[in-house]
Ligand binder design. Structure first.
Ligand SMILES: [Zn+2]
Length: 229
C-alpha cells in the first residue's frame, strides 16, 4: 500500500536543532477532538502552536502538515528512555478519533491500514529502534491517554512496527521495587505515582487491563516487556 499524503501545511514547526538526522522516535496520538476537521484546523492554527507531521483520517486519508525533516509540536512536555522534549527527535502522527473525552471508539480498518503503511515508510527513512515507537501516553503519562487501549499495537508489531512481545497471560508475584525498575528500564519517567505510570504501561502493553493496579498479570507483563538486564 503506497501512501500519498495530501499536503495541508501547518505553520507550527521549527528546524530540528540537530538537523534532520535527529529523528529516532515515532510517536502516535489520537486527535481527541469531535471531528477530523476540528483537529486539522487546530493543528494548523498559529494561535494553538501545535502540529504533527501527519493526520490519518478514519477513512485512511493521510494529510501531511509538517515535513519530517522539520520539528512539529505534538509531544509537549515529555520523557522517554532518559530524554526530554521529544519533539526534537520524533515524527508525530495524529490519528483521528474523538478520544476518551468525546467518545472513544475503535480505529477502523482502513485507518489502521494507512497508519501501518505510513509507519513502515517512516521507519524506512529514519533509524528508529522498535522501543522508540511510542504512544503519547507513554511519554506524558500524567496528562495523556492517547492513542489508548483500543489502539492495535499488537497488529503494528506484527507488521514490524514497534516493540510488542506476544502476551502470554502469565502471572508473577507483584513487587513494587521490581515494577519500578522494569518501568524505568522500558523508558517511563518514574516521578509520577505508580498507578499513573502503570496505566500508561497497560494502555500500550496490556490493553485488556487498564486498571493502574500492580496485579500478577501486570507484573508478569512488565517482566516480559523490560529489556534483558
Ligand atoms: Zn497526543
Amino acid at each position: 500500500m503506497l501512501i500519498q499524503p495530501i499536503d495541508l501545511p501547518s505553520p507550527n514547526f521549527r528546524d530540528r536543532e540537530g538537523g534532520p538526522a535527529s529523528v529516532d522516535m515515532l510517536m502516535l496520538h489520537y486527535t481527541g477532538m469531535q471531528s477530523a476537521q476540528a483537529a486539522i484546523d487546530r493543528l494548523r492554527d498559529t494561535e494553538a502552536q501545535v502540529s504533527s507531521h501527519y493526520v490519518v483520517d478514519e477513512d485512511g486519508t493521510v494529510y501531511r502538515l509538517v515535513p519530517e525533516h522539520l520539528r512539529a509540536a505534538h509531544a509537549g512536555i515529555s520523557f522517554w528512555r532518559g530524554r526530554r522534549a521529544l519533539n526534537e527527535f520524533s515524527v508525530g502522527i495524529e490519528i483521528v478519533n474523538p478520544g476518551h473525552e468525546w467518545g472513544y471508539r475503535p480505529f477502523p480498518a482502513p485507518q489502521m491500514d494507512a497508519v501501518r503503511a505510513l509507519c513502515v515508510g517512516i521507519l524506512d527513512r529514519h533509524p528508529i529502534q522498535p522501543r522508540n515507537v511510542v504512544g503519547h501516553s507513554d511519554v506524558a503519562p500524567n496528562r495523556k491517554q492517547d492513542p489508548g487501549e483500543l489502539f492495535d499495537w499488537a497488529g503494528l508489531a506484527a507488521a514490524g512496527i514497534g516493540f510488542w512481545p506476544e502476551a502470554h497471560g502469565k502471572t508473577a508475584e507483584p513487587d513494587e521495587t521490581e515494577a519500578w525498575q522494569a518501568l524505568e528500564s522500558i523508558g517511563y519517567e518514574t516521578q509520577w505515582p505508580l498507578d499513573i505510570v502503570l496505566s500508561a504501561f497497560q494502555r500500550h502493553f496490556l490493553p485488556s487491563r487498564v486498571t493502574g493496579q500492580l496485579d500478577a498479570f501486570t507484573m508478569a507483563r512488565l517482566l516480559e516487556v523490560q529489556p534483558d538486564p
